[in-house]
Design a protein around this ligand. Structure first.
Ligand SMILES: Cc1ncc(COP(=O)(O)O)c(C=O)c1O
Length: 479
């Protein structure tokens, strides 16, 4: 990063934290250059960047002043469901298109929730992988145990205990990402055709898992701030023969909601009383913006029947394909299901990640990346406020790195995604976060989800401008 970019980033943070309010004048160029022992041209370049990003306005008399920034309004609360019915899941092909675009550098990858390289600890990870290859050559020439490498299971159990979930390494089963953890958990407690409660909007990878297992989704409207409401769940449980409930209680995808601890306890108890398994997806639990990590349902209610699933995909690298599942009441079954699915997960990534955990590099990286994700979310949501049509609403996630955007009625998210694809921009249309088959009128047709873990540069600003322009054109075509 150049010096002027560093300075621009610092000033941007000060503006976002309210140290400079709207209309405030920033220090004069010469004055700041002198105070920071920088060249005048460096200060000018950083002020110009902030001006281009919409933070500052050049004023001929008073220099650079902070611009009024339009923050988009938050999403409205979830509606209480009137007639939610279970449905078979299908039509998840669009998700495959997003996954391909995320791997194609020609695309501005705002679709799949995949962090750009700059958010990942490349150097530390490469070093750890090399060390493992050097020190454990024979270990990499056989099948690893189906449960996973003992070194990694030990580190995961230790870390879980630090956050209140006391589990033994024996109870940790390593999987190929959280996706496999979810699939094994569903397989352990369901038969094809069973009804599974999920959040609505739902993470589309979960919908794929339900589609693959032939399960029915009962998608319950979920609050953008607090996640699924216990009252909404209770009503559904009284009406339908539910077999399991899958929740992303910590920073859900796509809403970014955080369920209060009291609701986690109530929901876990409610499911426990009825003998219904709770499958907890804690993919984003380590990526909160607050100082303390929220507790998992497993930590709060260890006596309940919980499958805790998580991953290193969003913190270290998705290509490690490294996740884990802990369900103290089902360890033997999960181990067997893992074995008959694909024998084991490769040892190389497991041993490398065990090293990162052991030497504190994982925690160090988290401290840094959580701030980067928060800054990216703030920046993109204010760009949306500035550029998108009036009436656009945006989620206010408390962790993670995705934004759920409600476009004004009349803008079709699926059409927008197709138009954006032609401009080499990938976005996730809202309709793929619903199990409703494409033939019926999909839910969330005027929503999109944006991945904010992308390089924060001029290319991003141009992509947001293009998306905003496409929305305006769709609205113009109606009137
Ligand atoms: C909520 C959630 N769960 C699970 C996954 C899958 O993670 P993995 O790459 O570890 O399989 C994702 C990835 O986007 C996710 O967002």
């Amino acid at each position: 990063m150049f010096r002027y970019q560093q300075l621009a980033q610092e000033l941007q943070q000060q503006i976002e934290q309210g140290q400079y309010a709207c209309g405030d004048r920033l220090p004069g160029v010469r004055e700041l250059a002198k105070r920071r022992t920088l060249s005048v041209s460096t200060v000018v370049a950083s002020y110009r960047q902030l001006e281009a990003d919409g933070y500052l306005q050049a004023n001929s008399r008073s220099g650079y002043v902070v611009k009024a920034r339009y923050q988009p309004p938050p999403l409205s609360s979830a509606l209480v469901p009137k007639s939610v019915v279970p449905s078979i899941v299908s039509s998840q092909q669009m998700a495959l298109t997003l996954s391909k675009a995320a791997a194609d550098p020609a695309y501005m990858a705002l679709g799949a929730a995949v962090p750009a390289l700059t958010f990942l600890p490349q150097h530390a990870l490469h070093k750890a992988l090399q060390q493992v290859m050097k020190t454990e050559p024979t270990r990499l020439m056989r099948y690893e145990a189906s449960r996973g490498a003992p070194e990694l299971r030990m580190q995961i159990a230790r870390r879980m205990a630090l956050h209140g979930a006391v589990v033994s390494p024996e109870q940790v089963i390593i999987t190929n990402g959280c996706q496999e953890a979810l699939m094994l958990s569903l397989k352990a407690v369901t038969e094809p055709g069973d009804v599974i409660v999920i959040e609505s909007p739902a993470f589309y990878g979960l919908l794929q898992a339900l589609e693959a297992a032939g399960l029915q989704a009962l998608a319950l409207p979920t609050d953008a701030q607090n996640g699924m409401a216990p009252e909404v769940l209770q009503q559904a449980l009284e009406q339908w023969p539910v077999k399991a409930c899958v929740l992303i209680a910590n920073y859900s995808n796509p809403l970014g909601s955080l369920m209060p601890a009291s609701n986690k306890k109530r929901i876990a108890a409610m499911l426990g009383e009825r003998g219904i398994a709770l499958i907890e997806d804690d993919t984003y639990g380590d990526l909160g913006f607050a100082a303390t990590r929220p507790a998992s349902c497993l930590a709060l209610t260890p006596q309940q029947d919980i499958f805790y699933c998580s991953t290193f995909s969003k913190t270290l690298s998705p290509d490690l394909r490294l996740g884990w599942v802990i369900a103290p009441k089902h360890t033997a079954k999960l181990e067997y299901l893992k074995f008959i699915s694909n024998i084991s997960t490769a040892a190389l990534p497991q041993l490398a990640v065990a090293r990162l955990l052991q030497h504190g590099q994982y925690e160090r990286h988290l401290r840094q990346v959580r701030q980067q994700y928060q800054a990216a979310i703030t920046r993109i949501s204010s760009s949306i406020g500035r550029l998108f049509p009036a009436g656009t609403r945006v989620s206010q996630p408390q962790g993670g790195f995705v934004l759920w955007v409600e476009l004004p009625a009349g803008v079709d998210g699926y059409v927008l995604a197709q138009q954006a694809q032609a401009e080499k921009i990938s976005i996730a249309p809202g309709s793929i976060f619903s199990p409703t088959p494409a033939r019926q009128k999909p839910l969330f047709s005027n929503f999109i989800r944006l991945n904010c873990a992308v390089v924060q540069d001029a290319r991003l600003e141009r992509a947001l401008q293009t998306l905003a322009q496409l929305c305006h054109s769709q609205l113009d075509a109606i009137t």
